[in-house]
Design a protein around this ligand. Structure first.
Ligand code: SF4
Length: 465
C-alpha cells in the first residue's frame, strides 16, 4: 500500500484520479499532511508531496505523476490529464495563445502529454475550428433515451435492459408524455432558441418496432417544432440484430439522415464472448440495408481491447468497416466499469495488455487518416485500458454536431427518458447545471411525475440565459 501525504488543498479527488491511472484503488491512500506521523513511523512506501505552499494543483499533479512513474514504471500518454473531456483544457489554452503550436507545447509542459496525444488534440481542435460554425449557446439539442437492448454486453455498465414488449410499450408511452410536456414548456416559455440536433440513443433504439419509432420521432418533431430532414437527427440503431428493412424505411421516410450501426468487432468469436446475439454477417446485412436506403451518414463503433482479440483481429474489423463505407467510425478503448459483468469476473482486466491496445489505437489512427477520415471529437472514461480514449473519426464534413456539443459543455441539452442527463448552460457564468432523470426505466415510470417536475423547474421558467 502506497501512502501519499499531501496538503489539504481541496484537490484530493484529482490526485486520487491520477493515482488510479497507475494503481488499483486498494493499493494507495491519499492522506492529509496534517496526519503525517513522526519520522520514525513513516514506512518506506510513504511519500510526501506538494510541500511547497505555492505549488498549485497542476504542479502537484506533475510531482505526483513523476513519482508514480518511478514507482510503477508506467508512463501514461495523457500525462496528468484526467477527466472526460481532454479537449477542453486544450481549447482553453488555444483561446489564450491563439496558436496551435503554442497550445501543443503548453499541453506538454503543463500536463506532461505525450507528443502523440498533444498532436491528436491539435488535430481535433483544428478540425472543429475549421468545420463548426455558430455560437453553440444560440441553440438547444435534444436527447431521447431508449434503455433496452436485445441482450446485455459483458462490458455494459449503462442502464440497459432486456425487457418484454409490454414494458417497452409502457416506457414509450411515458417517454412520449415527457417529450410533449417539455415541448409545451418551451412553447409556453416562448423559447426562441432553435433546435440544433436531436439524438435518439440508448440502449438500442431499434429495439422499438417501426411503428413505435415513427411514434417517437413524430412526437419529437411535433414537440420541438422541427422537420427531422432539416436538422441533424440521429438514431443510434446500434445492434445489427435489431435493424430491419422496415425500420430503416420508416426512419428514411421520416427524414432521418444519420444512423449508427455498432459492430464493436467483426469477429464472430468476440461477438459471442461479449454477449452479443448476432454474428458478423448480421452486421454486413445491416450495412447493406443502410446502403439501400441511402442514409447520409452511418456511424460505426469499434472497441479496442475486447477479450481475446489480437491487434490483427482489431485491424481486420476496422479494415472491413472502412470497406463497408461507414462515414463516421468511433474507435473506443474498452472501459471496464463497475456494474459490468466483465468487471465482476475480472476487475483488473483493464490494467493488462496495454501494449496490445496501444497498437490497435495507433493502427486505427494511421489507417483512418490514410483513408480520408479526420479525428473530430474525443472523450475519456473511467477504467479505460491504458487510460486511453475514445475518438470519433469522420469523413470530411460528415461530423456529428451533437457529439461535438455534448463534449463542449456550452449548450443546453434537453435529455428525455430513463438515464437521460441533460444540461442547462449559463453563458454569462460559462457554467453547466446537470438535469438528470433516474436511470432505471422502472423507477422512471414509478417516479414519472417527479421527472416532469424537474423539467418544469429547469425549463419552465428560464433556459440558461
Ligand atoms: S449495446 Fe450498449 S447499451 Fe446495449 S447492452 Fe451493449 S453496451 Fe449496453
Amino acid at each position: 500500500m502506497y501512502r501519499f501525504y499531501m496538503r489539504d488543498d481541496g484537490n484530493e479527488y484529482h490526485y486520487a484520479e491520477l493515482c488510479r491511472v497507475f494503481l488499483p484503488e486498494e493499493d494507495f491512500e491519499i492522506i492529509s499532511m496534517n496526519r503525517l506521523p513522526d519520522p520514525e513511523y513513516i514506512s518506506s512506501s510513504s511519500y510526501v508531496l506538494g510541500e511547497d505552499r505555492h505549488s498549485d494543483r497542476d504542479s502537484t499533479k506533475r510531482e505526483l505523476y513523476t513519482l508514480l512513474e518511478e514507482l510503477t514504471g508506467i508512463k501514461p500518454e495523457w500525462g496528468t490529464l484526467t477527466g472526460v473531456r481532454p479537449l477542453k483544457p486544450a481549447l482553453d489554452i488555444l483561446n489564450v495563445t491563439g496558436n496551435i503550436d503554442d497550445m501543443k507545447s503548453n499541453l506538454k509542459n503543463k500536463y506532461l502529454l505525450s507528443d502523440t496525444k498533444a498532436d491528436l488534440l491539435a488535430e481535433i481542435a483544428e478540425y472543429q475550428r475549421s468545420h463548426v460554425n455558430g455560437n453553440p449557446s444560440d441553440y438547444i439539442s435534444v436527447y431521447a433515451g431508449i434503455p433496452f437492448c436485445p441482450t446485455r454486453c459483458e462490458y455494459c455498465s449503462f442502464a440497459s435492459n432486456v425487457a418484454g414488449e409490454g414494458e417497452i410499450a409502457n416506457y414509450l408511452n411515458n417517454l412520449i408524455k415527457e417529450i410533449e410536456f417539455t415541448g409545451n414548456l418551451l412553447r409556453h416559455n416562448k423559447e426562441t432558441k432553435q433546435i440544433e440536433s436531436i439524438y435518439i440513443g440508448g440502449g438500442t433504439p431499434t429495439t422499438l418496432s417501426s411503428n413505435q419509432l415513427k411514434e417517437l420521432i413524430n412526437a419529437l418533431a411535433d414537440a420541438f417544432s422541427v422537420n427531422p430532414a432539416d436538422i441533424e437527427f440521429t438514431v443510434e440503431a446500434g445492434r445489427p440484430d435489431t435493424i430491419t428493412d422496415e425500420k430503416l424505411l420508416a426512419l428514411k421516410e421520416l427524414g432521418i439522415g444519420r444512423i449508427s450501426i455498432n459492430p464493436q468487432s467483426m469477429k464472430d468469436r468476440t461477438l459471442k464472448l461479449i454477449g452479443r446475439d448476432h454474428c458478423s454477417e448480421d452486421i454486413r446485412n445491416a450495412f447493406a440495408l443502410a446502403d439501400k436506403h441511402g442514409f447520409e451518414v452511418v456511424n460505426a463503433d469499434l472497441i479496442a481491447g475486447l477479450p481475446e482479440e489480437t491487434p490483427n483481429d482489431f485491424k481486420s474489423s476496422l479494415d472491413e468497416i472502412i470497406g463497408l463505407g461507414a462515414e463516421n467510425i468511433t474507435v473506443h478503448t474498452l472501459s471496464v466499469k463497475r456494474g459490468s459483468r466483465l468487471h465482476e469476473h475480472d476487475p483488473l482486466y483493464y490494467r493488462r495488455d496495454i501494449e496490445r491496445v496501444s497498437e490497435m489505437l495507433s493502427y486505427a489512427g494511421d489507417k483512418l487518416r490514410d483513408c480520408g477520415y479526420h479525428p473530430y471529437y474525443i472523450y475519456r472514461q473511467k477504467h479505460q485500458m491504458g487510460a486511453f480514449e475514445n475518438v470519433g473519426y469522420c469523413k470530411e464534413n460528415t461530423h456529428s454536431i451533437y457529439n461535438i456539443r455534448i463534449m463542449e459543455d456550452k449548450q443546453s441539452i434537453i435529455a428525455l427518458g430513463a438515464g437521460g442527463i441533460g444540461k442547462i448552460y449559463f453563458p454569462e457564468e460559462d457554467r453547466i447545471e446537470r438535469v438528470a432523470n433516474v436511470s432505471n426505466y422502472e423507477i422512471y415510470s414509478e417516479r414519472f411525475d417527479e421527472m416532469l417536475e424537474r423539467k418544469n423547474k429547469y425549463f419552465g421558467g428560464h433556459n440558461g440565459d
